[in-house]
Design a protein around this ligand. Structure first.
Ligand code: SF4
Length: 248
């Protein structure tokens, strides 16, 4: 079997991840981002849902002008799109809006209306996973705002990992941050904030799949309510899941 340039690059990246994990498993967000800026060659992207605007600001302190990928599924709240625009204006980042091949009308024609209500796993696969998979092929490392406190499925997330799903290095600098730390960072740095966060939506996704939650409830319990689905497929949890199965 021959080894391709891609295989070699992946092997090198995996070695980089293993070395970084030994040294930075318990590092702060600034420490891991300083390491990324100094060490990782190639293109780097931040993925932001615009519920996590502390992330693009923090990364821009180490990587000015960094590309921020925003997945425009066609189903976002207007407030989320307005937050994206404010982030692009006020932070030292370059917003790159990524869209699915099919707009919502074309998806409705092909798969029937409101696929999200019948098969959210298929809808997320079409509107999130496929376009992000295509976009991430251009990058060597992506940075996400995943935090361990967000849900049990995220409780074991490391600060850096090799992303098997998308085939590149994944860095999660906020992984150990609490809600209070995020709020303090947003306030201290005067960062644009999605207004829905203070209107009963502690976790924000597409409008049809995001419900208001009661104070103190699981922040992600408003996502895909009525289904067992808890993740869109971008950040798979370890172990078996039953994504998209409707609750009886
Ligand atoms: S969150 Fe809902 S509307 Fe958005 S892509 Fe997934 S199923 Fe479709």
């Amino acid at each position: 079997m021959t080894t391709t340039g891609t295989d070699q690059a992946r092997a090198t990246s995996r070695e980089l991840v293993e070395a970084a994990l030994e040294q930075y498993a318990h590092a702060s967000a600034d420490e891991i981002l300083a390491w990324v800026a100094a060490t990782v060659p190639g293109r780097i992207a931040v993925a932001s849902s615009m519920a996590d605007t502390a992330l693009p600001h923090l990364v821009s302190q180490h990587l000015p002008g960094v590309e921020v990928l925003f997945l425009d599924t066609g189903y976002h709240f207007p407030q989320t799109l307005q937050t994206r625009d404010a982030v692009g204006r006020r932070l030292d980042v370059t917003i790159r809006t990524v869209r699915p091949d099919l707009d919502v009308a074309a998806q409705d024609r092909l798969h029937g209306p409101d696929l999200f209500a019948r098969d959210p796993a298929a809808c997320c696969a079409l509107r999130k996973v496929a376009p992000l998979t295509a976009a991430l092929k251009e990058y060597d490392l992506w940075i996400t705002g995943v935090r361990r406190t967000e849900s049990p499925t995220r409780a074991m997330t490391p600060i850096i990992e090799w992303d098997e799903t998308f085939g590149l290095i994944k860095v999660n600098p906020l992984v150990a941050w609490s809600d209070d730390e995020v709020e303090t960072y947003l306030r201290d740095n005067d960062i644009p904030v999605n207004p829905l966060l203070t209107q009963g939506y502690p976790s924000i996704g597409c409008a049809p799949c995001t419900a208001r939650v009661e104070p103190g409830a699981d922040p992600r319990s408003g996502r895909w309510s009525g289904f067992e689905k808890t993740e869109c497929g971008l950040h798979p949890a370890a172990g078996p899941t039953d994504q998209g199965k409707e609750l009886s």
